[in-house]
Design a protein. Structure first.
Lengths: 114, 114
């Protein structure tokens, strides 16, 4: 069965530290890839997405992610985090021709200390 | 100007009751989804409708019945509520299903079954 794995359950960083959150998926065919963020008590918001083309994609709020097809990975990065980045981060995969459903990773809670 | 809205935001009810959650999108999208987020924040697809037609039904108990009166609305009716139904339910929409589209999420409905 297809699955998405996020390596870290809870990450704690100080402000200005660099961030990398890992995401791997298990499917050998065509995929679309997403990172969503959920701030405390709020709904999911799209950070960035990859459909095709340049494997390095830039999103909102200074986030970027790199798709490495050979590693089935789509890691999220930010060079310098802020306290306001404290949130839950979800990696998601949409598999071609499966009706558009998103398969989510288990989420990574990011806590940024001021 | 809310793109995807859900009512109610909070729902507290007793075991055995029947309840409904409503979702509306004003984005003109053709496809709508229901996701369940459990207590560990894991998100899983439940249903998807494309233009009022059910296209995804992910092994959800048949106590859950989605209804789409038109493509802007997707409601979720739950019969005989159980403790394990307690979760946050998110509605989402996208322009289509299988194509390169992102999904837009509603604010969620926190269901608590006592």
């Amino acid at each position: 069965a297809q699955s998405v794995s996020q390596h870290n359950h809870h990450v704690i960083l100080s402000e200005a530290a660099s961030l990398e959150l890992g995401c791997n998926y298990s499917y050998g065919g065509t995929v679309n890839l997403f990172w969503y963020v959920q701030y405390p008590g709020q709904h999911l918001q799209l950070l960035l997405k990859y459909f095709s083309g340049d494997p390095l994609v830039k999103g909102i709020k200074g986030f970027e992610a790199e798709f490495i097809k050979s590693k089935f990975s789509f890691n999220l990065r930010k060079p310098s985090v802020q306290w306001s980045d404290t949130a839950e981060y979800f990696c998601a995969v949409k598999i071609y021709n499966q009706g558009g459903k998103l398969i989510f990773g288990q989420g990574t809670e990011l806590s940024v200390k001021p | 100007d809310t793109a995807v809205s859900q009512t109610p935001k909070y729902l507290v009810t007793q075991m055995g009751n029947d309840k409904s959650i409503k979702c509306e999108q004003n984005l003109g999208h053709d496809t709508m989804y229901w996701y369940k987020q459990d207590s560990k924040k894991f998100l899983k697809i439940m249903f998807s409708y494309n233009n009022k037609e059910l296209i995804i039904n992910e092994t959800v108990p048949n106590r859950f019945s989605p209804k789409s009166p038109d493509k802007a609305h997707l409601n979720l009716h739950i019969n005989s509520l159980e403790l394990g139904d307690s979760a946050v339910y998110f509605c989402a929409s996208s322009p289509g299903g299988a194509g390169t589209y992102e999904q837009y999420f509603g604010p969620g409905t926190r269901l608590t079954v006592t």
